[in-house]
Design a protein around this ligand. Structure first.
Ligand code: FES
Length: 224
């Protein structure tokens, strides 16, 4: 609402030049448009800063707390076996670690140990251990390892992977376009496996069953 009030010129408060001058010099009652504009801009900037700060904290929080997205210590092979006594980890069956969203498995089961070193590609052959990202490369569900055939089977659309995460080639083995992705890993001098969940290498292309590079299922029947 305006601060100016018009009145007929013959009335005492008519909008004469003197009256206009006096009105301009009078302090504005209530809040002026300029103040309103300034406060609106200030409020918008404050809101934007708050959103940027909250977003940054949310993004970095897992690193600060050591959760997914950070470098996570899994343990020695003895720790892993003790924590997964109900599964045949020593036969190469994958063990699941929820905090790192990873499946960890031995590569060569004739060697029941990890070899100290680092593997940023996540292949893990030299370290005798691999850490797979739990996310199915098709649409992101979590494939489950099946005790019958030692393969991973995705419950969403049926993609199948061998126990090291290699996708089996062929439409009958599901729609995923590649093998499961891998985390960068380190085994320290004490044999402790450390997974860097911020560094992911995409899994290789599918391999036809029967060809080198994929482990055949232990049984023709799976879990799904
Ligand atoms: Fe795994 Fe579709 S999400 S097969």
């Amino acid at each position: 609402m305006s601060n100016y009030h018009l009145a007929p010129a013959d009335k005492p408060q008519a909008l004469t030049p003197q009256a206009l001058r006096s009105l301009r010099q009078d302090p504005v009652q209530g809040i002026s448009r300029r103040t309103l504009l300034r406060r609106s801009i200030g409020g918008a900037v404050l809101l934007w800063l708050t959103e940027v700060t909250a977003g940054s904290i949310g993004f970095l929080w897992p690193n600060v707390k050591g959760g997914f997205g950070a470098v996570i210590k899994i343990g020695t092979i003895a720790d892993i076996k003790a924590a997964n006594s109900s599964i045949p980890f020593n036969q190469g069956f994958p063990a699941y670690f929820q905090n790192a969203r990873t499946y960890v498995m031995l590569i060569d089961t004739s060697r029941q140990e990890f070899t100290p070193g680092e593997d940023k590609t996540g292949d893990g052959t030299a370290l005798n251990v691999r850490a797979l990202y739990q996310r199915c490369p098709h649409l992101g569900c979590r494939p489950n390892p099946c005790l019958k055939n030692f393969w991973f089977e995705c419950p969403c659309h049926g993609s199948r992977y061998d126990r090291l995460g290699i996708k089996a080639l062929g439409a009958q083995f599901g729609p995923a376009p590649r093998s499961m992705d891998r985390f960068s890993i380190t085994v320290d001098a004490d044999g402790v496996l450390i997974v860097d969940t911020s560094k992911i290498t995409l899994g290789p292309l599918p391999v036809a069953v029967g060809q080198p590079g994929i482990i055949p299922p232990k049984s023709p029947v799976g879990c799904i």
